[in-house]
Design a protein around this ligand. Structure first.
Ligand code: MN
Length: 350
């Protein structure tokens, strides 16, 4: 079962823990020595930067599917997400230049992160904090040969800093069909993770099926586990249509222009109790659309704030901002929290 590594960073002793987490994730992802070193350096820099700019924050290190998935290949990319509630960075472009440092530290700098990582995105709002996401895969630029015009990404935060998250997301491709799935294993901890991991593994066999046909396959595969709530969204890039089906309590929000629409799941528990019929929604997907799936670690009534996005922002950044800002309200988090985002690729992307 894949681990999710969550490291709160309150002082410099935790920087080493973040580096070790990145090295462990790199080993899990099968990265070579050079890419492992790159992941370790990026992780060290992001953790150091948290202390420098915000005094404290959190780093999540995870092995994820790449934002543009290859045909039939499982994700083997180390994702390092740093979140803080600090004062924010006033000069984001400047902070991304090599050699830029606001405090004269000897850190490699965020410019180095951007150079070493396959993807690097920084979101900073003065007074609210900073989110940085870096992905390091086996080779820079791999898989970017043909862009389907859409990207997906997510963030998974285990409850109480546990080794495993009961939530899991996956992003797979079959021809023109790209499928984003978010599963919430019942409860939390390793047994919940076993259920959601089974859903991820089974999904990889059925990437060509529409969501309503995929869910019964997942239901069969999850028999004997605790079961999971599962939402499946599938974009047909050729037709520009998004199909959605879900069973259980995973929330799906679709931005259509200026409003958010909720895509409804059926009651049930995949692997335990399946509704007789699984209804599938089909909606148009445009370059202004944005889809956010989240588990019940976020309040089910949470509404994405008006400044969510923009749609072309890195989907994992949008997910991380949602986790940070929705989780910072008065309501204490009592469960694993995962958010997965489907977003149009920026038009100017090379
Ligand atoms: Mn849950």
């Amino acid at each position: 079962m894949p681990r999710v590594r969550y490291v709160p960073v309150q002082d410099s002793t935790r920087v080493r823990d973040v580096r070790v987490a990145a090295e462990e994730a790199a080993a899990e992802a099968g990265l070579d020595e050079q890419r492992t070193a790159a992941a370790a350096l990026v992780a060290t820099e992001l953790a150091t930067n948290l202390l420098k700019h915000a005094q404290a924050g959190e780093v999540v290190v995870d092995v994820v599917d790449p934002p543009v998935p290859g045909e039939g290949r499982p994700g083997r990319v180390v994702q390092i997400t740093a979140l803080d509630h600090g004062p924010g960075i006033s000069d984001v472009d400047g902070a991304l230049r090599d050699g830029f440092s606001t405090t004269g530290s000897l850190g490699a700098g965020l410019g180095t992160c951007r150079r070493l990582a396959d993807d690097f995105a920084l979101h900073s709002v003065l007074g609210r904090g900073t989110v940085a996401v870096a992905r390091v895969g086996s080779a820079a630029g791999e898989g970017s040969a043909e862009s389907p015009g859409v990207r997906a990404g997510g963030v998974n935060v285990p409850f109480a800093g546990a080794d495993f998250s009961g939530d899991a997301w996956a992003w797979v491709r079959s021809g023109d069909r790209l499928t984003l799935m978010l599963a919430d294993g019942l409860g939390h901890g390793s047994e919940a993770a076993r259920a959601s991991t089974a859903a991820v593994e089974e999904l990889r066999h059925w990437a060509r099926l529409p969501p309503a046909e995929c869910l019964p396959k997942l239901h069969a595969a999850l028999a004997g586990t605790r079961g999971a709530a599962v939402a499946v969204a599938q974009l047909d890039t050729w037709a520009g249509r998004l199909r959605f089906a879900g069973i259980g309590n995973v929330t799906a929000r679709l931005r259509e222009g200026d409003r958010w629409r909720t895509l409804l799941s059926r009651p049930g528990i995949v692997g335990v109790h399946r509704p007789g019929t699984v209804r599938e929604d089909e909606v148009a997907w445009t370059p202004r659309s944005l889809l956010i799936l989240h588990t019940d670690g976020l309040p089910s009534r949470w509404t994405p704030p008006p400044d969510t996005g923009p749609p072309s922002a890195d989907p994992a950044v949008t997910a991380a901002v949602a986790v940070r800002d929705a989780g910072s309200s008065a309501r204490p988090v009592r469960d694993d929290t995962a958010v997965a985002v489907l977003a149009p690729a920026p038009p100017d992307r090379p």
